[in-house]
Design a protein around this ligand. Sequence first.
Ligand SMILES: [Zn+2]
Ligand SMILES: [Zn+2]
Length: 234
Amino acid sequence: MSCSKGRVSPSTTTKLRLFADSGGFCQNPSCLQPLFKDLEDDTIHIAEMAHIISAADDGPRADFGKIDDEKAAYSNLILLCPSCHTEIDKAEKHFPETLLQSWKSEHKERIQKTFGIIKCPDRSSARRIAQRFLRENKVVFDEYGPMGDDRFNPESSLPKLWSMKVLEAIIPNNRKLISLCDVNEYLLTEEELIVLEYFRQHVADLEARHVSRLDVCGKMFPAEMSDIFLDKTS
Ligand SMILES: [Zn+2]
Ligand SMILES: [Zn+2]
């Protein structure tokens, strides 16, 4: 699924983020082909990570000013079906960088809208949406989280259940919450923007542990995140 035109390979988190953005569909707005296919006895994906600026210096939309890390970064990749990937690389003049970036951002917006992630007119409406995600995560954490009495009980099935709940509820809610904050960044205070960055790190660590199964001891959930978009009246 990587691009044949270069060897700059993105991190696992970048790959996960691209798949999440795509919602499972090619990001070319005039294609939107499903990227997962159910075969008789298997499910395959045909997604290809295409470079917006080529990984090689003589490839499509090449830019000598970019270093390898930038070329492998999330911002330089778009998830496409194989034929769209071939098309944008072969007919590069018809598919400039700005066009590909707009495909990507519009696709993301479309997916976000289906989850109720919208640009809100004020803080209180953003707060109401944020609370839906925060509330569910709090209940799941309180009921199944690693702080409960059963934490050290080897007989307990809670750790397994907790892992399942993290994948099913906590991670999707975290993603939605981050999207909501990013879309409504203009409503956040300077302090809240900092809290958001801590939350982003916490989310990345949690995903590394539960999705990529890396043994990382990650950042804790920043408690102030529970009050995001909340206006405290004294
Ligand atoms: Zn390519
Ligand atoms: Zn396509």
